[in-house]
Design a protein around this ligand. Structure first.
Ligand SMILES: C[S@@+](CC[C@H](N)C(=O)[O-])C[C@H]1O[C@@H](n2cnc3c(N)ncnc32)[C@H](O)[C@@H]1O
Length: 207
């Protein structure tokens, strides 16, 4: 595998030295996108939050900053991501507000009907089947709970489609694909937002 392909493929499941470099970069590199997405979360006061595919953990920390009464369980299937997210959120973990666990969104072992909010930033590209994985998210949310997806690719932009060709197992989904999988998994009130000038998308749905 060429070095470029190897490096960008670390976004799918960070591993080893290159994976550590990637998670460090993602924390800063995805912050503006994540904050844009979070601006669409209105009128909720979540107490239990599941941050899925948490990478380096910046967004778990940001959620706790925005929701001072909340607790976050951050999940990622990459041990490198779990290590970085734990280090990044050490003070919040010690304060009892954050847990970081290794886990796969295609078979979540989190308690059912327990979360007010689930978030997925820049991660559903790699989930093995939206229908199956969204059903797992639906299972852990409380009735009325919110699921928010934030992607920097709208499934039609050149950059996203270029990475899709390079990274095995990556799929850049359109808003329509995401909406349809959410409804199939039992979500309602599905609302999508597209950035004014960038291919960024946020989709928010209710259980
Ligand atoms: C591009 S990174 C994004 C990380 C972080 N959410 C952010 O915005 O910076 C994608 C992350 O999703 C994780 N991931 C991908 N598929 C996953 C799955 N099936 N279960 C859990 N984590 C997954 C990867 O390990 C990686 O840390």
């Amino acid at each position: 595998m060429g070095i470029f392909k190897n490096y960008v493929s670390q976004t799918r499941k960070p591993e080893g030295f290159l994976g550590k470099m990637m998670v460090n970069g993602m924390n800063g590199g995805h912050a503006k996108l994540a904050d844009w997405g979070l601006s669409y979360l209105k009128d909720i006061a979540p107490i239990q939050i599941a941050e899925l595919g948490c990478g380096g953990g910046r967004n778990a920390g940001e959620l706790l900053r925005r929701y001072p009464d909340a607790k976050v369980t951050a999940i990622d299937y990459s041990p490198v991501s779990v290590e970085k997210a734990s280090e990044y959120n050490r003070a919040l973990i010690e304060a009892g507000r954050c847990r970081v666990q290794q886990g796969d969104v295609s078979s979540l072992t989190l308690p059912e009907n327990s979360y007010d909010l689930a978030t997925a930033f820049e991660t559903i590209y790699f989930w093995p089947g939206l229908d199956k994985c969204f059903a797992q998210v639906e299972k852990i949310l409380k009735p009325g709970g919110t699921f928010m997806i934030v992607n920097e690719s709208d499934g039609m932009d050149n950059a996203g489609l270029r990475f899709e060709k390079i990274i095995d197992g990556m799929k850049c989904h359109t808003i329509e694909d995401i909406e349809s999988a959410l409804k199939f998994a039992g979500f309602s009130s599905v609302k999508a937002h597209h950035h004014r000038s960038k291919p960024w998308i946020t989709v928010v749905a209710k259980k």
